[in-house]
Design a protein around this ligand. Sequence first.
Ligand code: NAD
Length: 256
Amino acid sequence: SLRGKTAIVTGSNSGIGLGVAEELARAGADLVVNSFTDRPEDHALADRLARDHGVRVRYIGADMSKPDDCRALVEKAGGCDILVNNAGIQHVAPVELFPAAKWDAIIAINLSSAFHTTAAALPGMREKGWGRIINIASAHGLTASPYKAAYVAAKHGVVGLTKTVALECAGQGITCNAICPGYVLTPIVEAQIPDQMQVHNMDRETVIAKVMLARQPSGQFATVEQIGGTAVFLASAAADQVTGTTISVDGGWTAL
Ligand code: NAD
């Protein structure tokens, strides 16, 4: 059980982050839920998670594109035992047309935020002699697709950061690993479906099967519950010696 542990999950008011938060809470962890907004519904979500799972949950707004916000999130939380770096965005364009501002935003949110939160969280973990850093990378942390230069570069960077942090913490009760999901049907993916339907002149089902899941041999989306369950495993005692590695949850994508 993760009772008595506190987990910060960045970008956790929707999608995979919310799924991970939900499963960590189900396993007994107290939570800090985060996004860049600070709306009544964000705090209502925290209250709902607390009620459903009988754990303490706070919502702390912080913009993961800003280094100071990343570090302030960890400070306001009072440190954490489990840090899940999940916040992420996507933009799709050929490299020579890729807007520089989008490149900078993707590198900041998908990669640099994990550096800043990790740097801020590690001293507290070292004091306790226990910590878990779980980075939500991607199949695109291990392999590429065209038109996703910034995303693929950032996610490969996350895998590199994961290995380096693992080495710096080895033998100190602190592990650092990356989960590499294939396609998971979340808002970030749902939003791509209408565009793909238009580009390929296909209906929704065909786009999902023939375009989105073309590289996912299982032909099925992974679920946010499965990503959450993998995070719970990495936080468990069974994973004490699992560090500096990636766990793919991709229906066989990276085996191809
Ligand atoms: P999503 O859009 O549903 O969720 C993204 C989360 O990040 C949201 O909670 C959003 O509010 C938050 N966020 C965005 N910008 C932020 C910022 N500046 N500061 C703080 N929070 C911010 O997307 P998702 O699919 O759940 O993606 C979550 C992570 O999983 C991302 O890192 C993504 O790259 C990764 N991932 C997703 C898939 C997939 O198929 N859905 C596959 C592999 C990896």
